[in-house]
Design a protein around this ligand. Sequence first.
Ligand code: SF4
Ligand code: SF4
Length: 363
Amino acid sequence: MPIPHYLPHSSLQQLFEALTEDGYAIVGPQAKENRIDFGEIRNTAELPWGIGLIQDAGASQLVDGPKNRCFAWANGPQAMKPLLFAPREPLWQIRHGKNGYVVDAINPETRRLAVIGLRPCDLSALRIQDQHFLEGQYPDSHYGARREGLLVIAVNCTHPAATCFCASTGDGPGAKESFDIALTEDDNGFVVETGSPEGEQILARLALKEALSTQMETAADNLRNAASSQRRSLVSDNLRDVLMSRLDHPHWDEVAERCLACGNCTAVCPTCFCHAEIEEASLGGNHSLHSREWDSCFGERHGYIHGKQLRPEIKQRYRQWLTHKLATWHDQFGRSGCVGCGRCIACCPVGIDITEEAAALLK
Ligand code: SF4
Ligand code: SF4
């Protein structure tokens, strides 16, 4: 196992420069309006220094955080998902050619991306998205093209939000795999671990010192505290049989009374991958554009098949979401579809909480 090193905050820009030299565009978190968003950055000064984030059911607010930290918050509404699985993108166009119709594939523009600030829950979600998009019978070329040039710089979670429950699902707060470089922040910098030859090669150019035992102990303590401070939890064992045997549980009606079917929970969920196919014909009638865009099992369109709405009631849509996420997901991917990030709790406008709903259904 590679020896952990120590990257002082003052040398973080050197890491950015090494990434830029290798041709990577850097994407990282920034404080914007009242949330943390991921976008392209060039300078470490653009990271959310001194920012904290309070999140609870239906609530999210940026606050002052420790001045000498840039990762003293848990997560924003999005991180990795839109970078690989675009919210809306054209796939092909069909046009009149000399000898009939011609189908032109539209390939995505790709570039090497280094994403800094992904949390351990995001890495678990990335692993699930990889399984879905790349490891089935028909690998997705758009996702695959973006995934190929990706370098993952994870940041272990030392400041979980009240909505986080990754410790109970086994997905955090420390990263175990699926990263090239993993950082654990303290007041002066980061304990750095590498998880791939690419990560090692980049780190080798920074001439960092080995991490001191005290620095590694502080990192381990911070992660232990982050796990023990989480108040929400979700039973993540195979819930398939128990949930599927409760499809008529009265609690589905109770949730439906509150749920607005807005689809926010599915949009922010890093493991949700449903999409719709859109056909746009040109007014001249000589070509049409075929796109896909994120869809939600809470929307009317999603359950409409061959002239029939399969899930006309909100209760049925919520049940579809939860039973897929926590039950039948095990059949598809060998694990739960929830990585404990808590985004659906913070971003639900009426504060519906997956951990509470699951607990009520399991009672
Ligand atoms: S279901 Fe909610 S808590 Fe679980 S991974 Fe999706 S957004 Fe995160
Ligand atoms: S659970 Fe909340 S976020 Fe999800 S569809 Fe219902 S109201 Fe919207």
